[in-house]
Design a protein around this ligand. Structure first.
Ligand code: ACM
Length: 523
């Protein structure tokens, strides 16, 4: 009797097993972020040395990219558009029929004869390719040939599109400099999880990190810590224009838009190591590591000097030329007003412009810069302090301090907002304070916000400030795996999110992260 119960139990268990059992071993489906709709069918597709890629002419570059993803581990240089190949193919195809999935949406259909990725725009094809990479055995991510692996895919139908357009990561290059290969590693890893923005915080009190031809001392002098601190040389440095052009191209090919940030009017004391005339006092400063001096410096750009505005316009014109992004981030956070209160030129500006106080001077300053950016066809983003003293209706606010009144004021006014609250999105904070589960629990559209212009919430972003964790392994571990949770918050509809389900999937990504050369906490 007992035996019968045991066998019935086994039969029930096996028949309720979601993935079909086939002769070939296939990987369980553990995609992050979770797709909108996924139907698992019976059967498998096997990539062999006879498989080829078929692609519309406009997608040949994507086909080459797909081949480059698959060839190192498999050893197959899949031919593209092989004559008369209709079976054993991976096909990439654009269609206007999928316009409802938007630029980033895609469909992935896998049968035992072919893999088909369709989308409205090439961005969707690229995300479909990332899903495909996640469906292959993890070994597909290896950079060298792997023997004895069957490159099996489960037969599935997937329909997918993101919930939010902005799914970002900010890296602070000022407190600690991170080089080009580290940045490329991050672009590879975040794009594997369908994140699409890299916000480069390029300037701050601890160093200026981008070449500007008109002001060579910004890199010659303002990119270096004072030698009295004996900082290891890899923590300082800067990006040449050629580096940036290469990075922008690298990111663009992986659906990642790079948004540059040039801080103003505060967090600019490094500038005064090279160009002291731009501050209120004119004093030449030296650059200290974050914990060796004031965390927020009283010396800020003098808003009363026309040469400050000219300096910023000249810098921004070179930035605009380098970065195709529709946005430029101008910082705007944590600007003490103590110098402006005492500076005759700032007081004169307040009087001349009919402003009430230093808060309004900050607002005047931001609007002045926004006017310049708009005249060059760019949109302004700033940290949420840009609302102080009045915010222009066209600026985009990066919401970090968590004050709901600030958020509601911006949304009520019709400003776009990117959600990066310290309570969920600050990845320099320890895991004890912001666990992966806490990140996953972040709901960017609370019921209250749903009633106030929810379409103005563009999405979410993780911020990594590099004052505490200053080596690649520690930085990696601060970001991974938490960012996988945020990737799902940004991509997957709220009704499809579930922590227990996510945490089970997450366990299967330890190996992927290893193969992406990411140091990470074990999931
Ligand atoms: C910030 O964390 N100061 C934007």
């Amino acid at each position: 009797m007992k035996k019968v119960i045991w066998i019935s139990f086994l039969i029930v268990m096996l028949s309720s097993f979601k993935e079909p059992l086939t002769g070939k071993t296939q990987k369980a489906i553990q995609i992050i972020p979770k797709p909108r709709e996924i139907t698992v069918l019976s059967g498998t597709f096997e990539m062999t040395d006879n498989t080829s890629i078929k692609a519309d002419q406009v997608l040949v570059l994507k086909a080459e990219q797909l081949r480059a993803y698959l060839s190192p581990a498999s050893g197959y240089m899949l031919p593209i558009n092989k004559k008369n190949a209709e079976e054993n193919i991976i096909e990439l195809k654009l269609t206007d029929d999928l316009s409802s999935l938007g630029e980033e949406g895609y469909k992935l259909n896998i049968t035992n004869k072919k893999v088909l990725i369709t989308s409205y725009r090439p961005k969707g094809i690229f995300w479909g390719i990332q899903t495909l990479r996640q469906l292959f055995p993890d070994e597909i991510l290896r950079k060298a040939k792997v023997d004895n692996v069957e490159w099996i895919l489960p037969c599935v139908n997937i329909v997918d599109k993101p919930r939010f357009n902005w799914r970002g990561l900010m890296i602070d290059y000022s407190r600690t400099f991170w080089n080009k290969s580290q940045t490329e590693k991050y672009i590879d890893a975040i794009s594997f999880y369908k994140m699409n923005k890299l916000h480069m915080h390029l300037t701050d009190d601890q160093g200026w990190r981008i070449e500007i031809n008109k002001y060579p001392d910004l890199t010659k002098i303002a990119s270096k810590f004072d030698t009295i601190y004996h900082e290891p040389p890899e923590r300082e440095g800067y990006y040449s224009k050629e580096d940036i052009r290469e990075l922008v191209r690298y990111a663009e090919a992986r659906n990642v838009e790079i948004i540059p940030e040039i801080e103003m009017p505060g967090h600019t004391s490094e500038v005064f190591a090279a160009y002291p005339g731009l501050s209120c006092t004119g004093e030449t400063l030296s650059i200290h590591p974050f914990f060796k001096g004031p965390e927020v410096n009283d010396d800020v750009l003098c808003a009363g000097k026309d040469e400050t505005i000219k300096f910023l316009e000249n810098v921004l014109s070179e930035i605009i030329e380098l970065f195709p992004s529709e946005y430029v981030h101008i910082g705007g956070d944590e600007c003490p007003k103590t110098r402006w209160e005492k500076c005759p030129l700032d007081q004169k500006r307040i009087k001349d412009e009919g402003l009430k106080n230093e808060q309004e001077l900050q607002s005047w300053f931001i609007r002045r810069i926004e006017k310049y950016l708009n005249s060059e066809g760019k949109k302004l983003i700033g940290w949420d302090e840009i609302i102080e003293g009045g915010l222009s209706k066209t600026a985009t606010m990066m919401f970090w301090r968590g004050d709901q009144n600030v958020l509601l004021a911006a949304l009520n006014q019709g400003n776009d907002v990117i959600m990066t609250p310290t309570s969920y999105c600050y990845f320099d904070y320890p895991y004890k304070v912001i666990s992966t589960e806490k990140v996953y629990s972040f709901e960017p559209l609370s019921d209250k916000l749903k009633k106030v212009n929810p379409e103005h919430i563009l999405g979410v972003q993780a911020n990594f400030w590099s004052h505490i964790d200053r080596s690649e392994p520690t930085m990696d571990r601060q970001i991974f795996p938490r960012i996988l949770a945020l990737a799902e918050v940004g991509w997957t509809e709220a009704v499809n999110r579930n922590w227990d389900n996510f945490s089970l999937r997450l366990k299967h990504h330890n190996k992927s992260l290893d193969l992406l050369n990411i140091y990470h906490m074990i999931n």
